[in-house]
Design a protein around this ligand. Structure first.
Ligand code: TRP
Length: 322
C-alpha cells in the first residue's frame, strides 16, 4: 500500500514537471518542447523503428563501425572496465562491445523509460550472464541519477554514448553535458561517443523524413502524449512533421507545423496557434571531426583516436578524461 501511494506521488511529481516544461515551452514566442519527452514507451518503440529504417543511415553505419573495430575499441578500455550508458534505450548496441571486453566489471544503463530498461536488462542478463548489470531510471543530463551510481566502484570507467545523441543538445548544452560526464569520471577514464558528420543536405533530410513516415509518427506522438498525460486537446491532424537541414547552425531541425489557426487547452491554460507557426521539437547537430575534437577539449577530455565507416558518414570518438 505504502509503495503504491509513493508511486502515485512520484507520478504526480513527474507530471507536474512535464506540465511545467510543456507550458513554459508553448508559452514562448517561438514555441518549443523539450526533446526528452519524445521518449515515452510508444516514442521509444517508434525510435527503434526509425533506427531500423532504410533512410536513417546513422544506426546502421555506426553498427558497422562497432562490428569492424570492436576488438580494437575494447583494447583501448583495458580489463575490468565498468561501462556506463546514458540514454541506453533498448541497450542493443552494447552487447557486442561487452562481449569483446576483457572481464568487464559491469554495465550501468541509464534511461528515462523504465519499461524499455527493464526489458533490456532481462535480455542482457540472459545473453551475457557473467556481466553484472545495475540500471538506473532517470534523466542523464541531471546530476541526481549519476549520484545514484556512485556506489558502484571500479578501477576504470568508460561512458558509452552512441547514436549521435550528443547532437541533440545545443553546442553549449553539449559542453555542459560532457563536463557532467567528465565530473563523473577519474583521470584516464574513457568516453566512447558517436557523432554524425556534416554532409550533403539531401542525405541528411532524407534520414529525418523517412519514406515510411515513422519519424512523423514519432514527432506527433509528443502531442498525443501531452493529450493523454496532461489532459490536453491537441488535434493531431492540424499539425504536420517538418525536418530540414540548417547549414549555418549545422543541424537538422525537427518541427511540428500548425496547419490552421486554432487554440488548444492544457490544464486551464489556453494556447493559440496560427497557421504556419511551428513547435520546435528536436535538433540534431552535425560535427566535423576537428569540430568535435575541439568540443571534447573544451569539456575536459583529451581525444585519443576515432573510427569511421568506409563511406565516412559517421564517427566514433574515443577520449580520456583529464
Ligand atoms: N540522436 C538521434 C539523431 O539525432 C535522434 C533522432 C533520430 C531523432 N531521428 C530522430 C530525434 C527523429 C528526433 C526525431 O539522429
Amino acid at each position: 500500500m505504502k509503495a503504491a501511494v509513493s508511486s502515485v506521488i512520484e507520478n504526480q511529481l513527474q507530471n507536474n514537471e512535464f506540465l511545467g516544461d510543456v507550458l513554459e515551452g508553448l508559452g514562448r514566442k517561438r514555441k518549443t518542447l523539450p526533446c526528452k519527452y519524445l521518449y515515452d514507451e510508444v516514442g521509444s518503440r517508434l525510435f527503434e523503428e526509425i533506427c531500423d529504417s532504410q533512410d536513417y543511415y546513422l544506426t546502421r553505419n555506426e553498427a558497422d563501425i562497432f562490428t569492424t573495430y570492436r576488438d580494437e575499441i575494447a583494447q583501448k578500455f583495458g580489463p575490468e572496465t565498468l561501462l556506463i550508458e546514458p540514454g541506453a534505450g533498448n541497450c542493443e548496441k552494447v552487447e557486442e562491445l561487452l562481449d569483446a571486453m576483457d572481464s568487464p566489471r559491469g554495465y550501468c544503463p541509464i534511461d528515462i523509460s523504465p519499461e524499455i530498461l527493464l526489458e533490456a536488462e532481462k535480455r542482457i542478463k540472459k545473453s551475457l550472464p557473467e556481466v553484472q548489470v545495475w540500471s538506473e531510471v532517470g534523466d542523464f543530463s541531471q546530476s541526481e541519477v549519476w549520484n545514484k551510481l556512485i556506489h558502484v566502484s571500479s578501477r576504470k570507467k568508460v561512458i558509452f554514448f552512441p547514436g549521435s545523441t550528443i547532437g541533440n543538445f545545443e553546442p553549449l548544452e553539449a559542453e555542459r553535458l560532457l563536463k557532467l560526464f567528465a565530473s563523473n569520471l577519474g583521470a584516464g577514464d574513457g568516453l566512447l561517443i558517436g557523432t554524425d558528420l556534416v554532409k550533403d543536405s539531401v542525405i541528411l533530410e532524407r534520414a529525418y523524413n523517412d519514406s515510411d513516415h515513422v519519424t512523423e509518427r514519432f514527432n506527433l506522438n509528443l502531442l498525443q502524449r501531452i493529450n493523454v498525460e496532461l489532459g490536453a486537446n491537441f488535434d493531431l491532424s492540424l499539425f504536420a512533421h517538418r525536418a530540414f537541414y540548417h547549414p549555418l547552425r549545422q543541424r537538422v531541425e525537427m518541427h511540428l507545423v500548425c496547419l490552421k489557426n486554432h487554440s488548444i487547452s492544457i490544464a486551464d491554460t489556453c494556447i493559440d496557434f496560427t497557421e504556419g507557426e511551428t513547435i520546435h521539437t528536436e535538433n540534431s547537430h552535425k560535427y566535423s571531426i576537428a569540430g568535435f575534437k575541439s568540443l571534447l577539449t573544451r569539456s575536459g577530455f583529451e581525444s585519443v583516436c576515432f573510427w569511421q565507416d568506409p563511406a565516412k558518414t559517421y564517427v566514433i570518438h574515443y577520449a580520456q578524461a583529464i
